[in-house]
Design a protein around this ligand. Sequence first.
Ligand code: HEM
Length: 417
Amino acid sequence: MFMPVANSPGCPFTLGTSGDGNHAEASFLRAAGPAPSVILPGGLRARAIVSGQLARRLLLNSAVSRDARMHSRLYVDGELNVDGVIGTWVSTHNALNSYGEDHRRLRRPLAAALAHRQVKTMEPLIGSVVRAALDEIDRSPEKTIDLMDQYARKVPLGVMASLLGIRESLRNSFQRASSGLFATDLPPSQAAAHHHTMSQLLSDLIAEKRQHPDDDLASDLIAAADQEDQALSDAELRDQILLLISAGTETTVTSIATLLADLLGHPEEMSKITEGAATLEDALEESLRRHGPIASVPLRFAVTDFTDEATGESFEAGEPILINFASAGRDEELHGPTAPLYDITRPTSREHLAFGLGAHLCPGAPLARRETLIAVREWLHRFPKTRLAPGGATPLPSWITNGYAELRVTPRGSEDR
Ligand code: HEM
């Protein structure tokens, strides 16, 4: 049976908490093999899956589970070191952290709620959120702005808050608590405080929607949860809405910022779009491949002892597994030696795992793609002379997401107002 080991320097490799070197770290790990042992912040040993091909096989393998309660005896006994941010991601009970029939029960209402509101019908909402944010920037006298705060964070939050029916006055509180769930450099007490705040906000939202149901996703999920054949407890319902907010906002914030930063930083690739040699959709897929918003989402566990035949890598029942989704996009085996370069006409751009694969494949991918494309297209239309401010890109301190804390740009280029 799998037993955790104490932290040690060298091998197994100790993962950094700051998140500013996620790609360098993944590249170093790929050189060590497809599934090296790593020590996660907090001291937990896990197998980091950094090979794209192995990640694909494990995501499709029912011998790998996201449910700690079902498949980690050490977790159940309280002996698995999952404090702080890892604890928050592992301990919730929702579609993400479930397995088999339980997963199908929890995923069904989410997938149905997202499908019910066909992404096409969400386009006017996305457009109005985008235009409101652009109008505000247009009115601002500032020459250089933080694109994260003034644009990228506003769009997915505005869309998600409208879909869920979250009141305007509570939106910033939700945004702050949601960002906190991705910060991996916080002490455990602060990570727990973010989780606690989010749980409280969600309990209040559920109570409000139970009393005054409306035409929104939160009310739909509550109605589905109350149906007898798929009844969900209040805690499960809270964790499901938490999943939608955490999975649907910070990730899309990052894909908007990354696509804009990639295009502004590579004028020769932008020209391919203006000259008709490629589309904005091509550029988005290349950005998702090269700098996927999600690096790793803790945590998976081996259901039984098993060996991956192609690599000979063996896993012990209960062993923690961390799939590195972003590493798959940089894997030279899949994308060749130019994998780190940004090339929107690359034939393998669409072969990425940015949205996962298999049972937990992201059900929000069509919405995320639409939001990102609308936000970036409208930005480039409104501010075609935008320049990146030199040294203005600061990575978010997180090994879960590849986001930016700050991205400074001059929307009107060198032109003075
Ligand atoms: C660019 C933006 C996005 C990225 C990169 C992304 C990425 C991912 C990934 C990698 C997973 C699988 C995690 C795993 O298997 O461990 C996932 C699952 C999920 N995502 Fe997304 N996501 C994005 C946007 C969204 C949006 C907009 C929504 C909802 C409106 C959403 C809802 C979900 C849900 C509910 C799951 C869990 C599904 C399950 O476990 O069955 N995501 N996402």
